[in-house]
Design a binder for this molecule. Structure first.
Ligand code: NAI
Length: 263
């Protein structure tokens, strides 16, 4: 179903790149943007799934009568740890849609390991995907984006609050929050805004382990003031705001979307 949020008519005709868009939040972001007339290059390391997701969004939009002309969504393989893959994404967006207005660095991985046990492969992969992936995305965006463009990076409440077994992930997301500020300070010269979103427990494959563990789920529902997990659609609303003209004087900040959690 199309996410229900304010209309933001200025989004129509814009062009976005969304990474990690085969499933979860990235897929919902791609669908929600297309519903509002934004054309999207949906990228993921999982090529088959992202191509299928992009096609699925296209058929769903075609089946509904929307107030405005929907955007087109193309799926494409890209590994965010490879700078050249970001360049290919940018080139595809410009070739298909003529410009780039928004870049959403959403791809991420969540390894569960105690600091004592974590392997160099695990810490390396976490920092490469979650941190370097965001940097290379921002570099490509800065090279190709139209003035007035906006970048949004997916951080996490884990950037602010630590928990056992999440040291690598928390470290990587804290780095994303800080990198967002550095990028905002530098890319402001080009009129590009850079913000991050810090989701709490959102109902995707990444939190399946919480949902499948009664004790972990009970804890999550207790510490979240709204006493439920969030949906990807509930993260899309704040994303849309950050990309929109309503946020045109907002840069270098993070919005927590976590049901009010303090834990
Ligand atoms: P997900 O696991 O459902 O989707 C992540 C997507 O990223 C997958 O399609 C995966 O194939 C892709 N991906 C992984 N490595 C990649 C690479 N090297 N290159 C390109 N694509 C790659 O996760 P979800 O929940 O949708 O998460 C999206 C973002 O939100 C992530 O950055 C995650 O860390 C962050 N986040 C998620 C939270 C949650 O509760 N689900 C909470 C806070 C942050």
């Amino acid at each position: 179903a199309a996410p229900m949020t304010a209309h933001y008519p200025e989004m129509a005709g814009k062009v976005a790149v969304v990474t990690g868009a085969a499933q979860g939040m990235g897929a919902v972001f791609a669908a929600g943007l297309a519903t509002r007339g934004v054309s999207v290059v949906a990228a993921d390391i999982n090529e088959d799934q992202v191509v299928a997701t992009a096609r699925g969004i296209g058929s769903e939009l075609a089946a509904h009568s929307l107030a405005a002309e929907p955007g087109r969504v193309v799926g494409m393989r890209a590994d965010v740890t490879v700078p050249a893959d970001h360049e290919r994404l940018a080139e595809r967006a410009v070739a298909e849609f003529g410009r780039i207005d928004f870049w959403i660095n959403n791809a991420g991985i969540f390894p569960f390991a105690l600091a004592e046990d974590i392997s160099s492969e695990q810490i390396g992969a976490t920092l490469k995907v979650n941190v370097e992936g965001v940097l290379y995305g921002a570099q490509a965006a800065a090279r190709h984006m139209a003035p007035g463009g906006a970048i949004v990076n997916m951080s996490s409440v884990s950037a602010l609050r630590v928990r056992k077994g999440r040291g690598a992930y928390c470290t990587s997301k804290a780095a994303v929050a800080h990198m967002t500020e550095s990028l905002a300070v530098e890319l402001g010269d080009k009129g590009i805004r850079v913000n991050s979103i810090a989701p709490g427990y959102i109902d995707t494959a990444m939190t399946r382990w919480v949902q499948d563990d009664p004790a972990a789920l009970a804890h999550a529902l207790e510490v979240v003031p709204l006493h439920r997990l969030g949906s990807p659609e509930e993260v899309f609303g704040p994303l849309l705001f950050l990309l929109s003209d309503s946020a045109r004087y907002v840069t270098g900040h993070s919005i927590a979307v976590d049901g009010g959690s303090r834990h």
